[in-house]
Unconditional design. Sequence first.
Length: 339
Amino acid sequence: MQLFELTRALIDTESITGNEERIGLQLLETVSALAARHGGRAELQQAEPRRANVFACWGDRPLVTLSTHMDTVPPFFPSREDESFIYGRGACDTKGIIAAMLKAAEALLESGRRGFGLLFVVGEERNSAGAYHAAAHPQGARYIINGEPTENQLALGSKGALRYEIAARGRMAHSAYPELGDSAIDKLLDALAAIRAIPLPVDELLGASTLNIGTIGGGRAPNVIADEAKAEIMIRLVGDSTATKAAVEAAVAGKAEPREMLEIPALRLGSLPGMPTTVVAYTTDIPAYGTAWGTPYLIGPGSIHVAHTLDERIPKRQLEDAVGIYQNMVIQLLSRPSN
């Protein structure tokens, strides 16, 4: 398939997190054909039941690996295109990136290049299950080029994430006699107000740490004093989390219980000379890989500002440019001497 046709075919295969089996088999067929034509190997890596990563390698080991995730957020909607863009769920996050990596691999192989691989993983949008599985089964790579929408700029860093569930407990009573109860909702609101007042760190490269109250709920009925309430918050980290965690604990003390659900550290990433650069506020699979797949680089076509929206799209020009960018990065990294 041509690049745009391949991108649309990938978009039209629904792969919301947890339902990656069909896209995995589709990609396995594609990379297996490349492996058969150019003397490589292709396989599934079973991360969870009915959820497998797709890995392919040309050479004894993939010194450089092109990698991104197969899963998308809901809701699914199919592809369409106009003169400038391809639209659809996953267009930029990350079906277009997969297509660009496949076409880059094809061009590299046709020019006789070896020593690189492809790795497409499950679960990035929820818990990085595929990346954690890959980290436990390294293949000897020295560099991993991770694809996320950066508008084809090389990301020098990415913010981390700290997610809490803030839970408050109270005592039910008839709302006509509030003095007989103890409102969990009132406690939760006080706790959230205190959290919002926390001064958050600022980093010279990554900018300001930010806070979002993502969900909030509780109570039984309008005429019942609430005995339970909870909220979920996400703090985008720009450095060490120790002081921020202590501030959250202090802010909610006596009002609610902070339950830490997830922490992903802020990262400094690899750079290459002559490439335009940026920093990103979102998190990726890179922390889950650790050092198992080598030095990480982060780059891909498309804008994160339209990812996860009903207007998700990828510019055709950026998609075409990404094929050459990935080829050039692989060639440059392959030429580096071994440490």
